[in-house]
Design a protein around this ligand. Structure first.
Ligand SMILES: O=C(Cc1ccccc1)Nn1cnc2ccccc21
Length: 330
């Protein structure tokens, strides 16, 4: 089996991407954020306090003839940016891009933090990290990918995210039409539960490539690229008027500044992020001060190749044994 689903940016800065899914019988459609940086599939639901719902679509298990409460199970998750949610768990049919997991654990939110309430376009998350990270207790649950993997033509899913346009998540196959040249695969360390890999180094603009291993995670659920401070300060030294703002929590610069591109290595391959992707967004709508798409990982605790990096490439998340991750230009 294979599947293919759209990944639509929620705003003009590609802060997140949403993917349509259907849950239950008759099918209820929601739009979820595919997140390789976590492993809980959770949704706004009929159990979510109305005061915490601000335009999101909800899943009502009591309207699904195939929904079954997973007795005595709860979940609670806090993300690196401090956002959080928690609730109870139902088992139901879950379909993405024509692929159905018959008995998917669908975690229903009974509480979401303000940042989720504010994100009106996001009805929940599909965690596609490793199932070891799933927070359901007392028995942790499998991700959608782990549930359908054995039935896929190939045990992979791919991300083709785009800047200001709809991209795709494919399941079970690698679409040659979506990339140029070759895909370079490197090992993944599944122990942290993330898609952790080593980048072989970086270059700023047309500068020389600096070979240095950068351990990071490929995280579709994070908007920006977070790298070591030394790399980030070297980058913004080349940006007229850039400053590291305590007020805004990172590097900002005049929106009119010209920015260098940023290249990262994957073994002997190179992925170049166009400068436009690093001119992420005005600090507030209409401001002439812009926030950088490349920021320091020192406050995050881990290097994150988020959407700013991912949308410059075609990425293969290979769930085989051993797991690997593949990067190609496009
Ligand atoms: O939490 C993080 C990483 C992060 C970002 C910024 C600062 C510190 C850490 N990403 N993420 C991955 N999945 C998420 C889901 C919701 C919110 C953030 C999510």
């Amino acid at each position: 089996a294979t599947g293919s689903a759209a990944a639509e940016p929620i705003d003009e800065s590609d802060q997140a991407y949403i993917t349509p899914v259907t849950i239950g019988t008759p099918p209820q459609t929601l739009e979820l954020d595919v997140d390789t940086g976590s492993s809980d599939l959770w949704v706004f639901s009929s159990h979510t306090p109305p005061s915490q719902i601000h335009g999101q679509q909800i899943y009502s298990p009591n309207k699904s003839s195939t929904a079954k409460l997973l007795e005595g199970h709860t979940w609670s998750i806090t993300y690196g940016d401090g956002s959080a949610s928690r609730g109870n768990v139902y088992i139901d049919n879950f379909t993405v891009g024509g692929l159905t997991a018959e008995k998917q654990a669908v975690q229903c939110a009974q509480q979401v933090s303000a940042s989720f309430t504010r994100e009106t376009h996001v009805d929940g998350l599909i965690g596609l990290g490793f199932s070891t990270l799933n927070t359901v207790s007392p028995k942790s649950q499998l991700t959608f990918f782990d549930n359908v993997k054995s039935g896929l033509d190939s045990p992979v899913f791919t991300a083709d995210l785009k800047h200001g346009a709809a991209g795709t998540y494919d399941f079970g196959f690698v679409d040659k039409a979506k990339y140029s040249g070759e895909i370079t695969y490197v090992p993944v360390n599944p122990d942290p539960g993330y898609w952790a890999f080593n980048s072989s180094g970086y270059a700023i603009g047309s500068g020389k490539f600096s070979a240095s291993a950068i351990t990071g995670i490929a995280d579709t659920g994070t908007s920006l690229l977070y790298l070591p401070t030394a790399i980030v300060t070297a980058y913004y030294r080349q940006v007229e008027g850039a400053t590291n703002s305590r007020t805004y929590g990172g590097y900002v610069f005049p929106c009119s500044s010209s920015l260098p591109s940023f290249t990262f290595g994957v073994a002997d391959a190179r992925i170049t992020i166009p400068s436009a992707y690093i001119n992420y967004a005005p600090i507030t709508p209409g401001s002439s001060t812009c926030f950088g798409g490349l920021q320091s990982s020192s406050g995050v605790g881990i290097n994150i190749f988020g959407d700013v990096a991912l949308k410059a490439a075609f990425v293969v998340f290979n769930g085989g044994s051993p797991p690997t991750i593949g990067w190609a230009q496009k």
